[in-house]
Design a protein around this ligand. Structure first.
Ligand code: ZN
Length: 327
């Protein structure tokens, strides 16, 4: 069954014609103030300092004043000027912020009054969930899937500890959404996961105890050293909540660890944002009454008739509605 649009086929030409998620519309590019800027990718951020991979050198950079208050996050593609070298006191400035292909964000909540962009330009959101000890949190998985779909990012389930419980119930639950799942067991091989991560920028999220750190250490043997370099840019105390991009060995993609992200505030996600990932339902919803939010609280929602006409399936509509109410 067709899942939503393939995030990898998402390009900028697509954007203006879609009812696209708020904020994922690429921002206009900064006028290049420095034509000799070196292209780089932001791999960590800590209190106003940025670790940028520029060419094959990691440099600590500050944001140029001309970029104003615009936030720069992990995954951002930037241009830097200055002494791009390994020298410890090299002074490098970020002078350009490129358009973002995707924006993974979370809404303000009680702990943080600001809506935040967590990661830019991610291709994939890997939801790591144990099958037991702790048991899967469907609420969390649903919310991660919503965050990914609304951002135009592919969701992927990584189900750990299959030596403790069967993965079947979880796989069946997400099958109508065509969310792929990879099953691992403790101490087992990770080849299938590596295949899915190759060449992608993948954000990993998961509760503590699900085995996310174990996975990251297995995938990126130098993860601890990389995190150490991040501590260095922030003058010693790495804030554990910030995201860090870790290069997969062999130059084949990135995993972004998000130690502080246990869930996503999703108040910024509208029904339209989510419909965008359900092309089989999207056209039907255009015939709904204005203001219809398509849940069971809206008994005259046109989507029931739309499905009865054969444009989609009841199980797919139910899965869409399940995600809507999980926001
Ligand atoms: Zn409706």
């Amino acid at each position: 069954m067709a899942r939503g649009r393939d995030a990898r086929s998402f390009d900028e030409d697509d954007v203006p014609t879609r009812a696209n998620p708020r904020g994922t519309r690429p921002r206009s590019k900064q006028r290049p103030a420095h034509e000799n800027a070196v292209d780089g990718m932001v791999i960590a951020v800590d209190r106003g300092r940025y670790l940028v991979l520029a060419g094959d050198v990691e440099v600590t950079a500050m944001k140029a004043r001309e970029l104003g208050r615009k936030s720069i996050v992990v995954g951002d593609r930037v241009g830097v000027v200055g002494e791009v070298s390994d020298a410890p006191d090299a002074l490098v400035r970020i002078v350009r912020l490129d358009d973002r292909a995707t924006v993974l964000r979370r809404t303000a909540d009680d702990n943080d009054p600001h809506e935040r962009v967590i990661v830019a330009n991610a291709d994939q959101l890997v939801v790591v969930s144990a099958l037991a000890d702790p048991e899967p949190s469907y609420g969390l998985i649903d919310r991660c899937v919503v965050a990914a779909l609304a951002a135009g990012i592919e969701p992927l389930l990584c189900l750990t500890k299959s030596d403790l419980a069967s993965a079947d119930p979880v796989i069946e639950r997400y099958e109508p959404l065509s969310v792929p799942a990879i099953v691992t067991h403790r101490g087992g091989p990770l080849d299938e996961l590596r295949e899915h991560l190759a060449g992608q920028v993948s954000v990993l999220v998961g509760h503590s105890g699900v085995g996310k750190s174990t996975l990251i250490n297995a995938l990126v043997p130098s993860a601890d050293r990389a995190t150490g370099r991040v501590s260095a840019i922030g003058k010693g105390r790495h804030t554990s909540s910030s995201a860090v991009a870790l290069a997969l060995p062999g130059g084949g993609g990135w995993v972004v660890d998000t130690p502080g992200v246990r869930s996503f505030g999703l108040a910024h996600v509208t029904p339209d944002d989510l419909l965008w990932a359900f092309p089989d339902l999207e056209d039907g919803a255009t015939q709904c009454r204005p203001g219809c939010e398509h849940t069971l609280d809206y008994p005259d929602c046109h989507l029931d008739a739309w499905v009865a006409q054969g444009h989609s399936t009841p199980v797919r509509l139910a899965a869409f509605r399940q995600l809507l109410v999980s926001r």
